[in-house]
Design a protein around this ligand. Structure first.
Ligand code: ACO
Length: 367
């Protein structure tokens, strides 16, 4: 049997037209478009690109956005499901439960054609923000809001959480967050989604596999942990000792390191600018200053002292952005999923279009 690469490191499992990553140069493209350009578009345009393979023209975008907005509402039954969810669970678990329920009611459930899968995918893209916000409002003793059918995806999500309109900067920043989170090649949750798809399971089941996988703290769950770390560090002056303690205890510093990037994650650089921008708008630099001090301390420890290629990843400054947007930590991974759902659907479609069941081997070892 061939060499075992623990964690499937650097194993090329399949071909994709959806994402390109150069981990040494820090380049990320969705369908040939650099992330630094895509981040200036709307989330709807980027999700169209991921699902359909090309950027929409103005008319196509208008039609697509209208279709999505019509799918924002969730039924009374789904609100009841969310009400029954345990108070203390993460929004991610509630989202998974709600999607499982919604799948039973989808008229396209048994249709596995590409167009039906796009329709189901669009329903999830449109309703994820509604579900996450409704769960948050129910659990914080507030009434879930009727969906607004005009706002952009970012403005809509913040409105559905708060009940008041976000500022222009806040709405733009969360829209960019969804774009930056939308796709990342064969990350663990997308691989899980493709694995489920490869058995010819349905698109809802594949997305649930993705949700379950994104939740873990070594993947999307790191964003919540970074938010908690910022609270724990409390001031920029404490960052150095915090990082030194982590390293001495052989603990992971959350929001740092990446399997593919051996330089600064290009999304991390954009998030850092967004974090600075929102800190300026709020007139409060505390979370940004703490994060930057952690980053400096980590650079000294990891890069200068140990010669390792460990830099902030996508979850580090995104967590800072969430602090300023007052997104509670237990919502953080679900907010990540609101962006990532487009990428998962794109990968389901690609997998169905040229499928072979994914089935690696294990090497048996005697006890
Ligand atoms: N803190 C401390 N040490 C680290 C970190 C970290 N965050 N990341 C890597 N290392 C060290 C490891 O201890 C190991 O050191 P060693 O060679 O001396 O034993 C070395 O770097 C390689 O680490 P691996 O765990 O083998 O790297 P792998 O590619 O398997 O893991 C991962 C990547 C999971 C992202 C890792 O860097 C990590 O745990 N980071 C913290 C969690 C996190 O931020 N996850 C989000 C990733 S982005 C995303 O999924 C959306």
């Amino acid at each position: 049997m061939d060499e075992i690469r623990k964690g499937l490191e650097n194993v090329i499992a399949l071909e994709t037209k959806i994402a390109y990553i150069d981990g040494m140069q820090g380049i990320l493209k969705y369908r040939g478009h650099d992330i630094n350009d895509l981040v200036n578009l709307s989330y709807d345009a980027v999700s169209y690109l991921l699902l359909r393979g090309n950027l929409p023209d103005d008319k196509e975008l208008e039609v697509y956005s209208d279709q999505l907005k019509k799918e924002r509402a969730i039924s009374e039954d789904v609100l009841n499901v969310l009400t029954f969810c345990n108070f203390n669970i993460e929004a991610m678990d509630a989202l998974r439960t709600a999607i499982s329920y919604i799948s039973h009611c989808d008229p396209d459930m048994d249709d596995n054609s590409s167009e039906a899968n796009i329709r189901k995918g669009m329903r999830m893209i449109a309703s994820f923000p509604t579900i996450v916000a409704a769960f948050y409002r129910i659990k914080s003793g507030q009434v879930p809001l009727e969906p607004d059918l005009n706002m952009s995806q970012g403005a809509y999500f913040l409105y559905m959480i708060r009940g008041t309109e976000a500022t222009e900067t806040e709405a733009e920043i969360i829209e960019k967050d969804f774009i930056l989170s939308a796709e990342h090649e064969l990350n663990p949750s997308t691989f899980a989604t493709r694995l489920a798809t490869s058995t010819l399971s349905d698109v809802y089941s594949a997305v649930i596999a993705g949700l379950c996988t994104l939740k873990g703290p070594l993947h999307g769950g790191a964003r919540m942990e970074v938010m908690e770390m910022l609270d724990e560090v409390k001031s920029p002056e404490r960052a150095g000792s915090y990082v030194a303690d982590k390293i001495e205890n052989h603990d992971r510093l959350m929001g740092f390191g990446h399997r593919v990037y051996k330089t600064y994650d290009p999304r991390g650089l954009i998030y850092k600018d967004l974090a600075r921008e929102i800190a300026d708008e709020k007139g409060n630099s505390i979370w940004f200053d703490i994060a930057e001090s952690i980053e400096k301390a980590a650079f000294k420890e990891f890069v200068e002292n140990k010669g390792k290629t460990i830099y902030p990843n996508v979850d580090f400054y995104s967590a800072v952005v969430y602090k300023y947007l007052e997104i509670p930590p237990r919502l953080a991974t679900a907010v990540f999923a609101i962006g990532r759902i487009s990428g998962w659907i794109a990968h389901c479609l690609e997998q169905y279009s040229d499928n072979r069941v994914i089935r690696p081997r294990a090497k048996f070892v005697e006890i």
